[in-house]
Design a protein around this ligand. Structure first.
Ligand code: HEM
Length: 184
């Protein structure tokens, strides 16, 4: 656990460095475009905001799961341990998030795709096509995980590449720097 968190931090710093490098390059090569203020782009902005909150909600579940996992461990080590009352509220919240993840996930992919469709996709700034591919990636392997006719091996692979922070870290960092390049 400690080791995997360390690995994630190193990975995040690496993605951050590469992104800052590419950001500097793109900043020089592609002058910032004027923000379009059309009717559709105004709606598109709203979808972007909702999409961001939806992603935060999804990864909050994963964090909560990790934290709750620790509670379960404490229970095994200390047989008399009973989680504080507050923990059961978190457990209820987690149960709710687990039950709704597939729907929240599908809605999130749809909302972000709508956001991209309404705002337009600046293909020359590579952050954007990368985010698009990663979002489709999460949705596709999430579907393979859920689909009951997925062969066992595909399910295993899908879990490996879907249920992790690696794509999420890239989505967050790429989307952030991409927006820095077009927002001013
Ligand atoms: C952008 C969209 C999505 C993101 C960022 C995302 C992220 C995640 C993450 C981080 C996990 C591991 C969570 C954990 O163990 O707590 C997970 C698990 C899972 N996801 Fe997604 N997901 C998305 C969309 C979807 C979609 C569209 C589906 C199904 C159609 C789906 C189905 C599942 C399933 C079945 C699991 C494993 C079981 C579970 O932990 O509930 N996900 N997802």
């Amino acid at each position: 656990m400690g080791k995997s968190i360390k690995g994630l931090i190193i990975y995040t710093v690496m993605v951050l460095f590469v992104s800052i490098g590419y950001f500097a390059y793109a900043y020089v090569v592609y002058p910032p475009t004027d923000e379009r203020e059309t009717f559709l782009s105004e709606i598109g902005e709203g979808f972007g905001e909702v999409g961001l909150w939806a992603l935060l909600f999804i990864y909050a579940r994963t964090l909560l799961k990790l934290l709750m996992g620790k509670g379960a461990l404490a229970k095994r080590i200390l047989p008399d341990y009973s989680p504080p009352v507050a923990a059961s509220i978190f457990q209820q919240l987690l149960n709710f998030m687990n039950r709704t993840h597939v729907y929240v996930g599908i809605a999130t992919v749809a909302i972000i795709l709508l956001h991209i469709a309404l705002m337009g996709l600046p293909m020359e700034i590579l952050f954007f096509p990368a985010v698009l591919i990663l979002i489709i990636w999460q949705g596709l392997f999430g579907m393979f995980l859920t689909w009951r006719y997925s062969p066992k091996e595909l399910k295993k692979f899908s879990y490996l590449v879907h249920a992790q922070f690696i794509t999420g870290i890239m989505i967050g960092i790429f989307a952030y720097f991409g927006h820095l390049l077009i927002d001013d």
